[in-house]
Design a binder for this molecule. Sequence first.
Ligand SMILES: [Zn+2]
Length: 168
Amino acid sequence: MMTMLPLVAVTTGLSRAELLTVLAGIVGLLVIAGWYLLKKAILTPPQPDPWDETIAAEIEKPEATPLCHHCLHPHSGATDFCSDCGTPVGQYTNWLPFPQLFSIGHVLRTGTSGEFKRTPVTILGFMLFSLAEYTLFAPIYWVIFLRKLSNQQLPKKPSLDSAPAQQP
Ligand SMILES: [Zn+2]
């Protein structure tokens, strides 16, 4: 870093002292931002579970049926993908090389289906993720993604009443 200072000084026309001041300012801002993030992460109290101790104990039982986190469809603990909506539900699905490919496909299909929580972060995330996956062909994905995004209204949140009945 310090060896690059003369080169930066030549290209920007600033003296070495001015460059060090700018560098110290940037480092200072990064330290302050890091401190605030750390303080927020440590001092924010954890959110309580939205359910009572009885339900928490039921969830922890070994015979409890796992549910898909996307559509609440029950599935066996050994499956990798929800049989109803295709969401990866296995504990290690995203870590295994072959099932991971289908998981990536599911994420990209979710983007073009328009059925996701629309925030600037998720929209930017889909754009960057598709760029990482498709590289040169990413603009084709972006056209489909943005067309669906502009055509469709916000998806309705699934209510507990419309969840499928639990199978024995
Ligand atoms: Zn599902």
